[in-house]
Design a protein around this ligand. Sequence first.
Ligand code: FAD
Length: 339
Amino acid sequence: MDKTELPWNNPVVEANASAPAARLGQYAQPPLRNFGSIDPYNRISREAKDMIPPPFEYQAPTSVSEALALLGKNPEAKVLAGGQSLIPLMRFRLASPAMLVDLNRIGDLAYIKEGEGWLRIGAMTRESDLDQSDLIAKKYPLLADTTHVVADPLVRNLSTLGGNLAHADPANDHPATMIAYRAQIVATGPKGERTIPASEFFKGPFETALAPNELLTEIRIPAPGKGSGGAYVKMERKVGDFATAAVAVQVSLAKDGTLERVGIALTNVGLVPIQASAAEKALTGKKPDDAVLRQAADLAAKAAKPESDARGSEEYKRALVKTLTVRALRKAVARAQGG
Ligand SMILES: Cc1cc2nc3c(=O)[nH]c(=O)nc-3n(C[C@H](O)[C@H](O)[C@H](O)COP(=O)(O)OP(=O)(O)OC[C@H]3O[C@@H](n4cnc5c(N)ncnc54)[C@H](O)[C@@H]3O)c2cc1C
C-alpha cells in the first residue's frame, strides 16, 4: 500500500479538532495497524481501540436554522451527512470533532427540482436518488454518468451530493462534474444565502470556500438547452474504486453544428479538480471533428498535475487524461447531436 494512503486507498489528510471546516491539514501517515490484535489480558489493544472514535457530542437538528445555530455556537463541530467519508476519518482518529451536527433529520434538504433555468438539488440528496431519477437520466447524462460510478450501491444509498462536494477530496467524482456544468453551490450561513461558482469552491485538498459556520444547502446546475450533451468517463482499478483519473465534459452545439459552449474538468490529477480552460477555449466555435477533439485532449493532458502513486505513474496518468478526454468529448458530442 502506498504510504500516503489509508486502507480504502484514498489520500487523506490529518484532521484536528481546531480545523472545524473541510480544511484538514497535512497529509497523514497511513494508520497501518493490525486491527484485530487483542492483548493477553483480553483488553482491546491500542490498535483495535483506535478504530473507535474519541467521544463527541451529538446533535440532530430538524431545521437549517437550528443546525446553523449549533455550528455558530460550537466552532469545533462538524456536520454529518451520509457519514461515508467523515465516519471513517473519525474511526481512524484523523478527525476528532467535539460535536457532530447530523443533518439527516432535516427533511427539506433532500430534493431534485427543475425550474427557472436550473436543476436544483438539495445537499442531502443521496447518490442513490440521483441514480434513480428519470429527469437526471434523461436530461443530465453527465450527472447520471458521474453518480453511477461513485463508489458502490451500498455507499451510494447513504452518501450525499452535498457531502461529496463539501468533503473536497480531489479523488471525489462530483467536483469536476459541477465545474464542467458551470454549477453554482449555495452556502447558507447566519446572514443568509450566497452562491459560489463550482470553479471557485474547491480551494485545496479537503478545503472549500465554505465558512465554518455555513452549510452547503443546494447545488444548482444550469438546465441544458437543445443540442446539449455531457459525459463522465472514469478509469478505476476495480468497480467501486476512486478514479485513477476521470474527465467530465458538458457541451452545447450551435445550429450550424459548431461547439458553442464547452466545459471540461479533470478528477484526481491534481490537489483540486482542474478546469481544462485551454482545451475548452480551443474547442469553442469549432466543428467537433476528431482532429479538433484530439488537439483539445492534448491541452487537457497538459493542464493535469498528476503525481505518481499506487494508481500509476505521472506519465501514465497524463496519457490517461488525454485518452479519457477524447472519449468523453466524443460521447458528449454524440449525445448533443442526438438530443
Ligand atoms: C468505500 C468507499 C468508496 C468510495 N468511492 C468513491 C468514489 O469512487 N467517488 C466519489 O466521489 N466518492 C467516493 N466515496 C466517497 C463518498 O462518496 C462519500 O460519501 C462522500 O465523499 C461524502 O459524502 P457523505 O454524504 O457521506 O458526507 P460525510 O461523510 O457525512 O461528510 C463529509 C464531509 O463533508 C462535510 N459536509 C457534509 N455535508 C455538508 C453540508 N451539507 N454542508 C457543509 N459540510 C458538509 C462534513 O462535515 C465532512 O467534513 C467513497 C466512499 C467509500 C466509503
